[in-house]
Ligand binder design. Sequence first.
Ligand SMILES: [Zn+2]
Length: 292
Amino acid sequence: MSLSRIAKAKIKTKAATLQPRKIEKIIDVSRLERKLEEIMSRDHKEFTVEEKLKALYVLQEIDSNIDKIRTIRGELPMEVADLEDELAGLTTRAEHIQEEVNSLNDQVNRKKQAAKDAKELIKKYEAQQSKVKNNREFDSLNKEIEYQNLEIQLSEKRVKEFAVDVVAKAALHEQTIAILNEKQAILNLKKAELDSIVEETQKEEEQLRKISEKARTIVDERLLAGYNRLRNNTRSGLAVVSIQRDACGGCFNKIPPQRQLDIRQHKKVIVCEHCGRILVDPRISGDDVVAE
Ligand SMILES: [Zn+2]
Protein backbone atom coordinates (compact mmCIF):
# COMPACT_ATOMS: atom_id res chain seq x y z
CA MET A 1 0.00 0.00 0.00
CA SER A 2 1.38 3.41 -0.91
CA LEU A 3 1.68 6.18 1.63
CA SER A 4 -0.65 8.49 -0.29
CA ARG A 5 -3.39 5.87 -0.15
CA ILE A 6 -2.95 5.58 3.58
CA ALA A 7 -3.24 9.33 3.96
CA LYS A 8 -6.46 9.34 1.93
CA ALA A 9 -7.94 6.60 4.05
CA LYS A 10 -7.61 8.69 7.18
CA ILE A 11 -10.76 8.48 9.21
CA LYS A 12 -12.27 11.82 10.09
CA THR A 13 -13.53 12.24 13.63
CA LYS A 14 -16.25 14.71 14.45
CA ALA A 15 -14.87 17.65 16.34
CA ALA A 16 -18.40 18.60 17.36
CA THR A 17 -18.70 15.58 19.61
CA LEU A 18 -15.99 17.06 21.79
CA GLN A 19 -18.34 19.77 22.98
CA PRO A 20 -19.78 18.84 26.39
CA ARG A 21 -23.53 18.76 26.39
CA LYS A 22 -25.31 21.32 28.48
CA ILE A 23 -28.51 20.50 30.24
CA GLU A 24 -30.76 23.44 30.43
CA LYS A 25 -32.78 23.97 33.58
CA ILE A 26 -35.92 22.27 32.39
CA ILE A 27 -38.47 23.30 34.93
CA ASP A 28 -39.10 25.74 37.76
CA VAL A 29 -39.77 23.24 40.53
CA SER A 30 -40.62 25.76 43.25
CA ARG A 31 -43.25 27.41 41.06
CA LEU A 32 -45.10 24.10 40.72
CA GLU A 33 -44.76 23.41 44.42
CA ARG A 34 -46.25 26.81 45.31
CA LYS A 35 -49.25 26.14 43.07
CA LEU A 36 -49.98 22.82 44.78
CA GLU A 37 -49.53 24.24 48.25
CA GLU A 38 -51.96 27.00 47.42
CA ILE A 39 -54.62 24.45 46.47
CA MET A 40 -53.89 22.28 49.50
CA SER A 41 -54.04 25.19 51.94
CA ARG A 42 -57.62 26.02 50.96
CA ASP A 43 -60.12 25.23 53.67
CA HIS A 44 -62.60 22.75 52.24
CA LYS A 45 -63.53 19.09 52.46
CA GLU A 46 -63.21 18.15 48.81
CA PHE A 47 -61.21 19.59 45.99
CA THR A 48 -63.20 21.14 43.13
CA VAL A 49 -62.92 19.86 39.57
CA GLU A 50 -60.91 22.95 38.70
CA GLU A 51 -58.46 22.30 41.51
CA LYS A 52 -58.11 18.68 40.47
CA LEU A 53 -57.49 19.73 36.89
CA LYS A 54 -54.96 22.30 38.05
CA ALA A 55 -53.11 19.62 40.02
CA LEU A 56 -53.36 17.24 37.08
CA TYR A 57 -51.83 19.87 34.83
CA VAL A 58 -48.95 20.24 37.31
CA LEU A 59 -48.57 16.46 37.32
CA GLN A 60 -48.36 16.50 33.52
CA GLU A 61 -45.61 19.14 33.65
CA ILE A 62 -43.67 17.08 36.18
CA ASP A 63 -44.05 13.80 34.28
CA SER A 64 -43.10 15.43 30.98
CA ASN A 65 -39.95 16.70 32.62
CA ILE A 66 -39.09 13.35 34.12
CA ASP A 67 -39.51 11.91 30.59
CA LYS A 68 -37.14 14.56 29.26
CA ILE A 69 -34.55 13.89 31.96
CA ARG A 70 -34.67 10.18 31.25
CA THR A 71 -34.19 10.75 27.52
CA ILE A 72 -31.09 12.84 28.15
CA ARG A 73 -29.77 10.30 30.63
CA GLY A 74 -30.65 7.38 28.35
CA GLU A 75 -28.65 8.43 25.27
CA LEU A 76 -25.28 8.95 26.91
CA PRO A 77 -24.68 5.41 28.22
CA MET A 78 -25.27 4.10 24.68
CA GLU A 79 -22.84 6.63 23.23
CA VAL A 80 -20.27 5.61 25.84
CA ALA A 81 -20.79 1.89 25.11
CA ASP A 82 -20.48 2.48 21.34
CA LEU A 83 -17.23 4.38 21.85
CA GLU A 84 -15.84 1.66 24.09
CA ASP A 85 -16.59 -0.94 21.39
CA GLU A 86 -14.96 1.23 18.77
CA LEU A 87 -11.87 1.69 20.95
CA ALA A 88 -11.55 -2.05 21.54
CA GLY A 89 -11.71 -2.61 17.76
CA LEU A 90 -9.08 0.04 17.09
CA THR A 91 -6.78 -1.40 19.77
CA THR A 92 -6.97 -4.86 18.18
CA ARG A 93 -6.32 -3.33 14.77
CA ALA A 94 -3.27 -1.44 16.05
CA GLU A 95 -1.93 -4.63 17.63
CA HIS A 96 -2.32 -6.58 14.39
CA ILE A 97 -0.52 -3.89 12.42
CA GLN A 98 2.30 -3.90 14.97
CA GLU A 99 2.60 -7.68 14.65
CA GLU A 100 2.87 -7.29 10.87
CA VAL A 101 5.59 -4.65 11.29
CA ASN A 102 7.51 -6.96 13.63
CA SER A 103 7.20 -9.90 11.25
CA LEU A 104 8.40 -7.77 8.31
CA ASN A 105 11.38 -6.58 10.35
CA ASP A 106 12.23 -10.22 11.14
CA GLN A 107 12.12 -11.05 7.45
CA VAL A 108 14.39 -8.08 6.64
CA ASN A 109 16.90 -9.31 9.21
CA ARG A 110 16.74 -12.85 7.89
CA LYS A 111 17.41 -11.72 4.33
CA LYS A 112 20.29 -9.48 5.48
CA GLN A 113 21.77 -12.46 7.30
CA ALA A 114 21.33 -14.64 4.18
CA ALA A 115 23.27 -12.08 2.10
CA LYS A 116 26.01 -11.99 4.74
CA ASP A 117 26.23 -15.80 4.81
CA ALA A 118 26.47 -15.89 1.01
CA LYS A 119 29.35 -13.36 1.07
CA GLU A 120 31.16 -15.51 3.63
CA LEU A 121 30.70 -18.57 1.43
CA ILE A 122 32.05 -16.72 -1.61
CA LYS A 123 35.15 -15.79 0.38
CA LYS A 124 35.56 -19.42 1.40
CA TYR A 125 35.10 -20.69 -2.20
CA GLU A 126 37.58 -18.12 -3.54
CA ALA A 127 40.15 -19.31 -0.98
CA GLN A 128 39.53 -22.89 -2.05
CA GLN A 129 39.95 -21.96 -5.72
CA SER A 130 43.58 -20.95 -5.06
CA LYS A 131 44.31 -24.45 -3.84
CA VAL A 132 42.51 -26.55 -6.48
CA LYS A 133 44.33 -29.26 -8.41
CA ASN A 134 42.32 -29.24 -11.64
CA ASN A 135 39.97 -27.18 -13.82
CA ARG A 136 36.95 -29.30 -12.99
CA GLU A 137 37.19 -28.40 -9.29
CA PHE A 138 37.82 -24.74 -10.18
CA ASP A 139 34.70 -24.62 -12.41
CA SER A 140 32.62 -26.34 -9.80
CA LEU A 141 33.60 -23.68 -7.22
CA ASN A 142 32.90 -20.98 -9.80
CA LYS A 143 29.35 -22.28 -10.13
CA GLU A 144 28.93 -22.18 -6.35
CA ILE A 145 30.17 -18.55 -6.31
CA GLU A 146 27.75 -17.62 -9.10
CA TYR A 147 24.94 -19.24 -7.20
CA GLN A 148 25.82 -17.35 -4.00
CA ASN A 149 26.01 -14.07 -5.95
CA LEU A 150 22.45 -14.65 -7.16
CA GLU A 151 21.46 -15.39 -3.58
CA ILE A 152 22.91 -12.02 -2.51
CA GLN A 153 21.06 -10.16 -5.27
CA LEU A 154 17.77 -11.82 -4.43
CA SER A 155 18.17 -11.16 -0.69
CA GLU A 156 19.01 -7.51 -1.26
CA LYS A 157 15.98 -7.14 -3.54
CA ARG A 158 13.74 -8.65 -0.83
CA VAL A 159 15.24 -6.40 1.85
CA LYS A 160 14.32 -3.35 -0.23
CA GLU A 161 10.77 -4.60 -0.80
CA PHE A 162 10.20 -5.43 2.85
CA ALA A 163 11.59 -2.06 3.88
CA VAL A 164 8.95 -0.30 1.75
CA ASP A 165 6.24 -2.44 3.39
CA VAL A 166 7.59 -1.67 6.84
CA VAL A 167 7.41 2.09 6.18
CA ALA A 168 3.80 1.81 4.97
CA LYS A 169 2.72 -0.40 7.85
CA ALA A 170 4.45 1.76 10.41
CA ALA A 171 2.64 4.82 9.03
CA LEU A 172 -0.67 2.97 9.24
CA HIS A 173 0.11 2.00 12.81
CA GLU A 174 0.94 5.57 13.76
CA GLN A 175 -2.28 6.78 12.19
CA THR A 176 -4.36 4.16 13.98
CA ILE A 177 -2.80 5.16 17.29
CA ALA A 178 -3.63 8.81 16.57
CA ILE A 179 -7.28 7.95 15.93
CA LEU A 180 -7.27 5.76 19.02
CA ASN A 181 -6.01 8.63 21.18
CA GLU A 182 -8.58 10.99 19.73
CA LYS A 183 -11.41 8.55 20.45
CA GLN A 184 -10.07 7.94 23.93
CA ALA A 185 -10.23 11.68 24.63
CA ILE A 186 -13.84 11.78 23.44
CA LEU A 187 -14.67 8.76 25.58
CA ASN A 188 -13.15 10.34 28.68
CA LEU A 189 -15.20 13.45 28.08
CA LYS A 190 -18.42 11.48 27.55
CA LYS A 191 -17.82 9.48 30.71
CA ALA A 192 -17.31 12.64 32.77
CA GLU A 193 -20.39 14.13 31.15
CA LEU A 194 -22.42 11.03 31.95
CA ASP A 195 -21.34 11.08 35.60
CA SER A 196 -22.28 14.72 36.07
CA ILE A 197 -25.59 14.35 34.21
CA VAL A 198 -26.57 11.29 36.23
CA GLU A 199 -25.76 13.10 39.45
CA GLU A 200 -27.50 16.30 38.45
CA THR A 201 -30.63 14.72 37.00
CA GLN A 202 -31.08 12.28 39.85
CA LYS A 203 -31.37 15.18 42.27
CA GLU A 204 -33.84 16.89 39.97
CA GLU A 205 -35.89 13.76 39.47
CA GLU A 206 -36.10 13.22 43.21
CA GLN A 207 -37.40 16.75 43.70
CA LEU A 208 -39.97 16.25 40.96
CA ARG A 209 -41.11 12.97 42.47
CA LYS A 210 -41.84 14.65 45.79
CA ILE A 211 -44.07 17.26 44.15
CA SER A 212 -45.65 14.60 42.00
CA GLU A 213 -46.79 12.83 45.19
CA LYS A 214 -48.42 16.04 46.41
CA ALA A 215 -50.23 16.51 43.10
CA ARG A 216 -51.51 12.95 43.24
CA THR A 217 -53.19 13.56 46.59
CA ILE A 218 -55.27 16.34 45.03
CA VAL A 219 -56.27 14.50 41.84
CA ASP A 220 -58.81 11.74 42.54
CA GLU A 221 -58.15 8.11 41.69
CA ARG A 222 -60.50 7.85 38.74
CA LEU A 223 -58.97 10.88 37.05
CA LEU A 224 -55.49 9.63 37.87
CA ALA A 225 -56.24 6.22 36.33
CA GLY A 226 -57.45 7.92 33.15
CA TYR A 227 -54.39 10.12 33.10
CA ASN A 228 -52.03 7.15 33.47
CA ARG A 229 -53.81 5.23 30.72
CA LEU A 230 -53.58 8.18 28.33
CA ARG A 231 -49.90 8.71 29.10
CA ASN A 232 -49.13 5.08 28.38
CA ASN A 233 -51.00 5.21 25.08
CA THR A 234 -49.24 8.21 23.61
CA ARG A 235 -45.72 8.42 22.39
CA SER A 236 -45.42 12.03 23.61
CA GLY A 237 -46.68 11.08 27.08
CA LEU A 238 -49.11 14.01 26.94
CA ALA A 239 -52.43 13.23 28.65
CA VAL A 240 -53.50 16.73 29.68
CA VAL A 241 -53.37 19.41 27.02
CA SER A 242 -54.60 22.98 26.76
CA ILE A 243 -56.67 24.58 24.04
CA GLN A 244 -54.36 26.19 21.52
CA ARG A 245 -55.71 28.36 18.70
CA ASP A 246 -59.22 26.90 19.15
CA ALA A 247 -57.81 23.38 18.78
CA CYS A 248 -56.75 20.46 20.96
CA GLY A 249 -53.10 20.92 22.02
CA GLY A 250 -52.53 17.19 21.53
CA CYS A 251 -54.04 16.27 18.17
CA PHE A 252 -54.70 19.80 16.82
CA ASN A 253 -58.29 19.08 15.86
CA LYS A 254 -60.62 22.08 16.11
CA ILE A 255 -62.86 22.34 19.18
CA PRO A 256 -66.36 23.78 18.71
CA PRO A 257 -66.92 27.18 20.45
CA GLN A 258 -69.54 25.87 22.90
CA ARG A 259 -67.22 23.05 23.97
CA GLN A 260 -64.40 25.56 24.41
CA LEU A 261 -66.63 27.52 26.79
CA ASP A 262 -67.36 24.38 28.81
CA ILE A 263 -63.67 23.59 28.99
CA ARG A 264 -62.83 27.12 30.14
CA GLN A 265 -65.24 26.85 33.07
CA HIS A 266 -63.44 23.77 34.45
CA LYS A 267 -66.67 22.55 36.04
CA LYS A 268 -66.20 19.03 34.73
CA VAL A 269 -63.54 16.91 33.10
CA ILE A 270 -63.78 17.21 29.32
CA VAL A 271 -61.78 15.06 26.93
CA CYS A 272 -60.94 15.64 23.28
CA GLU A 273 -63.45 13.93 20.95
CA HIS A 274 -60.62 12.93 18.61
CA CYS A 275 -57.70 11.82 20.77
CA GLY A 276 -59.31 11.41 24.19
CA ARG A 277 -56.83 13.70 25.97
CA ILE A 278 -58.05 15.73 28.94
CA LEU A 279 -58.58 19.32 27.84
CA VAL A 280 -57.97 22.42 29.96
CA ASP A 281 -57.85 26.15 29.42
CA PRO A 282 -54.28 27.51 29.06
CA ARG A 283 -54.91 29.83 32.02
CA ILE A 284 -55.02 26.84 34.35
CA SER A 285 -51.22 26.77 34.32
CA GLY A 286 -51.38 29.96 36.37
CA ASP A 287 -48.83 31.55 34.08
CA ASP A 288 -49.58 34.71 32.20
CA VAL A 289 -51.13 33.63 28.97
CA VAL A 290 -51.18 36.09 26.15
CA ALA A 291 -54.68 36.24 24.64
CA GLU A 292 -54.75 35.19 21.04
ZN1 LIG B 1 -57.19 15.89 20.70
